[in-house]
Write a new protein. Sequence first.
Length: 114
Amino acid sequence: QVQLVESGGGLVQPGGSLRLSCAASGSIFSISTMGWYRQAPGKQRELVATITPGGTTDYADSVKGRFTISRDNAKNTIYLQMNSLKSEDTAVYYCNRRVGIIAWGQGTQVTVSS
């Protein structure tokens, strides 16, 4: 059974940076398009970035140019480098497959505030 463990969140000032990590157990990771999702208080979970097994990336308009998704298939890990953070980026961030969602991890809280 695949498990997802997100880490790297925290409190950061507007304009700051954070790097999130998501470690996945299980053999399906390397063949899956993976994504970073986020859920702000009172809002639905939204997809912010995806990366294919070969490294092709895509981003939501709200984060394009500020966030970078990457993956290390050897380590079964994906990353999200977040720069120029804004208060509206405050949310719990999760990783999961883009298609064929599996059990969600606990997520990692990102708070952007002065």
